[in-house]
Design a protein around this ligand. Structure first.
Ligand SMILES: [Zn+2]
Length: 348
């Protein structure tokens, strides 16, 4: 599309809702709503530290990444059987379909589960079956990215990779998440080199709370193809120039940044500046059950707070589709649908 059609500001929320988009940064364990946590706790006889859905939801007042992670791991403790992983993923995929997400690349944290004695195949098979059924029944494309927990050792990451390799055809790549500060990318150089040899796609969280040096490290040492978050890149002009030159995708998560106090106010979020500077940024939900909204909520709240309009909406959605690991023919088909949705809005 050469020029984005003019679309009235009042119709922007409907456009943000309707436009096809990809979601490339969401953690499936972060989609566990309190209601589902309680239902699974009951089904599996797990005792929770909270006595009601309301009490659990009230605990979602975070001060930083670590305060969130503590509750996140407690929530994941209800997941024991393949069907639990399946139900969690189907619930997310339903929400994604409602937000016109045409393609999702979903992070999962096997170590959160294998450390509790849950089998690797229980986790991967439940999630994989959910992705496959959603594709057949609802037409959404979905694939899985295995994420290593960076607060654990590289040895633990390597063991996790080896345990997952018999199911290699069920995930497309690896990522790196959890507590960023004090756990630089270089700590995982060898396991990422091994993943690259295996032909896995590579991404890593960097520059959420951590410094620009972590983004350099993720690119140069880990050789990742996308940076998850990356909002701290603005502090380093030379890094900004590189990200523009190489068009490295940054999977930004506005409501997550707000809830974890990376930004004080959405109106101050730097995504509009990063986009205007030519960086390949896009919008994602990160851990939607914990941060106050799924992907469309992230779009609508950020647009309302910053005054971005239809041209930015088009570019963000297009970036999300282009930065996905789908094949080129599939991406072209989604981009044609994106163009169509803008043309329809301009005419109607
Ligand atoms: Zn994340």
């Amino acid at each position: 599309m050469n020029t984005v059609p003019r679309i009235e500001a009042s119709r922007l929320p409907a456009l943000l809702q309707a436009m096809p988009k990809a979601e490339l940064h969401m953690h499936i364990e972060g989609s566990l709503e309190p209601e589902l946590i309680f239902a699974l706790a009951q089904r599996n006889g797990v005792q929770l530290a909270y006595d009601s859905v309301e009490a659990l939801r009230a605990a979602y007042a975070f001060t930083d990444l670590q305060s969130f992670l503590d509750i996140y791991y407690a929530g994941a403790s209800v997941l024991l059987h393949e069907q639990d992983f399946y139900d969690m993923a189907r619930a997310y995929l339903d929400r994604a379909v409602a937000d016109n997400v045409v393609h999702a690349e979903i992070f999962f944290d096997p170590q959160t589960h294998t450390e509790r004695g849950v089998g690797m195949e229980t986790v991967i098979n439940g999630l994989y079956r959910a992705c496959r059924d959603a594709q057949i029944e609802q037409g959404i494309s979905a694939s899985l990215i295995l994420s290593f927990l960076r607060h654990l050792s590289e040895e633990s990451a390597m063991q996790t990779l080896e345990a997952a390799l018999p199911l290699r055809d069920r995930f497309i790549g690896v990522g790196l998440d959890s507590s960023e500060l004090g756990n630089p990318p270089e700590k995982f150089a060898r396991v990422f080199a091994r993943c690259k040899e295996l032909g896995l796609r590579l991404v890593a969280h960097a520059g959420e709370e951590g410094p620009p040096a972590y983004i350099w490290g993720a690119l140069d040492t880990l050789q990742v193809e996308r940076i998850d978050h990356g909002v701290q890149s603005e502090k380093d002009e030379r890094l900004m120039q590189r990200l523009v030159r190489e068009q490295v995708p940054l999977t930004v998560c506005p409501l997550s940044n707000l809830k974890l106090c990376v930004v004080k106010d959405l109106a101050e979020h730097n995504l509009p500046r990063l986009l205007a500077a030519g960086l390949k940024v896009m919008i994602n939900s990160d851990d939607p059950a914990y941060f106050g909204g799924y992907v469309n909520e992230n779009y609508t709240q950020l647009f309302a707070a910053t005054g971005m309009g239809a041209p930015e909406a088009y570019q963000l959605a297009r970036n999300s589709l282009e930065a996905s690991f789908a094949d080129d023919a599939q991406k072209a088909e989604w981009i044609a649908r994106l163009d169509q949705s803008f043309e329809q809005f301009a005419q109607s």
